[in-house]
Design a protein around this ligand. Structure first.
Ligand SMILES: [Zn+2]
Length: 292
């Protein structure tokens, strides 16, 4: 009998010791961070694909099902994911820990008052802060805190993994800054206002956007103005995410000497962007090649 009990205890023990934290994120980039920190103590799923516009995601019942069984939901906030409240409500998961990662971020382009002047999708300021890698430390710290809340016994494990990841990231940040230093002040046009934090970090000059306002479709009048601007300003590149229609940028490029660059803003946006670090590697490499 004792022997049977001992065997039973051994069979149940691993399940008790491995209280896996179930994490769902909006962006695949956040899923990457959660995996780096959580290792085998977490399961991680994400909602937005890297080749999808994170502002406009069609709400599906399967997203609510993902949240129904989750412990932690990680989101960028600042209304990037305007569709998120609907899936949170729809999940009917009262114990879900919803973590808005923007809390301690120094935010750019925050309007004095919330109105439509920033377009339809940046009403609370620019939410694309994850493209400045120096903001990842704050994101990681929030994720560590939320994982500890769900699994206090694994605190040291999460902290050790987070530090190892941030150390690796710091080395890459220095490498990226060194590669981009000769391009300081380089002028760019971007399709959407996704690159403000990235440009502020590297000292790039984003002159204008192909969208007249964030979330608003390109117009012939605005495109014609941009052609003049690109000619007058010797602007070499038009940066477009893989999910936007490139016909207006290509029209500008045909009338000027600028090149259209397809740069991902999230993991999976291009094949080379397997995780956050390889995505940034790809973006820096492509810009250096195009702007040198
Ligand atoms: Zn945006």
């Amino acid at each position: 009998m004792k022997k049977i009990l001992a065997v039973l205890a051994m069979m149940t023990l691993p399940i008790v010791a491995h209280a896996t934290v179930r994490v769902v994120t909006t962006l695949p980039d956040l899923a990457d961070f959660a995996r780096q920190i959580g290792g085998d103590k977490v399961t991680v799923d994400h909602i937005v694909r890297g080749d999808q516009n994170p502002h406009f995601v069609e709400v599906k019942p399967s997203y609510m099902m993902k949240l129904k069984s989750a412990d932690v939901f990680l989101m960028i906030g600042m209304e990037l994911e305007m569709w998120a409240p609907q899936i949170i409500d729809g999940s009917r998961n009262a114990r879900l820990d919803v973590v808005n990662l923007s809390k301690s971020i120094h935010k750019l382009e925050v309007p004095d008052k919330v109105d439509a002047s920033q377009g339809d999708v940046h009403r609370y300021g620019n939410p694309h802060y994850w493209l400045d890698p120096r903001n990842i430390r704050a994101i990681v710290n929030e994720i560590v805190a939320s994982l500890i809340k769900s699994s206090p016994a694994d605190e040291q494990f999460f902290r050790t993994n987070a530090e190892a990841f941030l150390k690796k990231l710091d080395t890459k940040i220095t490498e990226w800054e060194d590669a981009m230093r000769p391009l300081k002040g380089a002028k760019l046009i971007t399709f959407h206002k996704s690159w403000s934090y990235f440009a502020a970090w590297l000292g790039l000059d984003v002159v204008d956007q192909v969208e007249p306002k964030p979330g608003i479709q390109p117009s012939p009048g605005h495109t014609a103005q941009l052609i003049q601007k690109v000619r007058a300003g010797n602007i070499k590149a038009i940066v477009v995410e893989p999910f936007y229609d490139a016909s207006a940028p290509q029209q500008i490029a045909r009338s000027t000497s600028a090149t259209v660059l397809r740069l991902p803003t999230s993991v999976g946006g291009v094949d080379e962007a397997r995780d956050y670090i390889s995505m940034m590697d790809y973006n820096i490499r492509t810009l250096v090649e195009a702007l040198k």
